[in-house]
Design a protein around this ligand. Sequence first.
Ligand code: GLU
Length: 416
Amino acid sequence: MATGINPFEMAQKQIKVATDKLGVKPGVYEILKQPQTVMEVNFPVRMDDGSIRTFTGYRAQHNLAIGPAKGGIRFHPGVTLEEVKALSMWMTFKCGVVGVPYGGGKGGVVVDPRTLSAGELERLSRAYITAIAPIVGPEKDIPAPDVYTNAQIMAWMMDEFSRLKGFNNFGLITGKPLIIGGSAGREKATARGVMFVIEEAANAIGMALPGATVVIQGYGNAGSFCASLLHELGCKIIAVNDSKGSAYNPAGLDPKAVKAFKDENQTVKGFPGSQNLSNFDLLTLECDILIPAALENQITGEVAPHVKAKMLAEAANGPTTPDADEILAAKGITHLPDILANAGGVTVSYFEWVQNLYNYYWPEEEVNTKLRVIMADAFRDVYGMYKNHDGITMRNAAYMVAINRLAKAMEIRGWV
Ligand code: GLU
């Protein structure tokens, strides 16, 4: 994380605010303020030139009160133990908001995968899952893709783990290719979940979606699918960007054409008929809905006062800093926090795991219908909590919904 904000301390603060507001037993905060288990692994990988390089990785499991741990694995040069711990905590609350029976987990390897050959990436993926094998598995902790990991990497990890165990273990990991136990609808699930939550929120505040203007920061999996799904609902996508630049056209962009352009040119910048804007200018454009779908800490205390969107839907994890949260709330922006807005990904991961355990696979319509029910219920729970408490943000409300569930489970189990 670039801004120097310690993500672990940020997560702890969010839990403290929510437990205080709820008035739950002090033991609840005492248990939730850190992950239950953290593993650091240093594992050797043979590089293409024959040399051996040792890589460092982590896996954190935050809280197992309502089920096994669940959460992605990221491959990134900036991965730190503190970040992995914080991300595992956020996963607990994300699962709690949508009510899927998992606690949070997260893993990471300190590596820039773009500098590795395909063979090196495969050996690294296999070595990492072997190193963390003692603490993961379908009943213990179920990883998934995250930043710079994908279905192919999940396939290698599942294969290696299955070899270790001596039988196929499809339920080890989610986000797999369809042919080896992936779920229909998983690829678009994060974006589809964002769309469902936006639909519910628009309904609650009386915003018409046909014709609504949308700005999206980031054009990867979540961003590009959000653009096409919202476009299908009649929204006008006026600006999108990526790390290299942006495409702004007040008359509206065709998201599929922008995606095809990006696939060919590795950026959306230069899309025919569009203008380039700075990241700041994009985030502060006049629009109905702003969707950060890139990295952490984008909407900071400096950016927030200038945000003109009526609704902010966080497709990324942690895109808004705590000081910005307060500013956006004071401005009356309808704020759909990450642990609510982007929970569609882990929800369909849950469906994938269930399908693996049953060995019975559902058509995409069934996945999408079940996802809509869960996301709509989650929005109603969070919005209800928000309306019933004075002086809280939608993020506080989302934490409170999740912590309420966890606190009950921990109490009944006799932990607090
Ligand atoms: N990495 C995704 C997230 O942050 C998905 C996790 C999962 O599917 O387990 O929500």
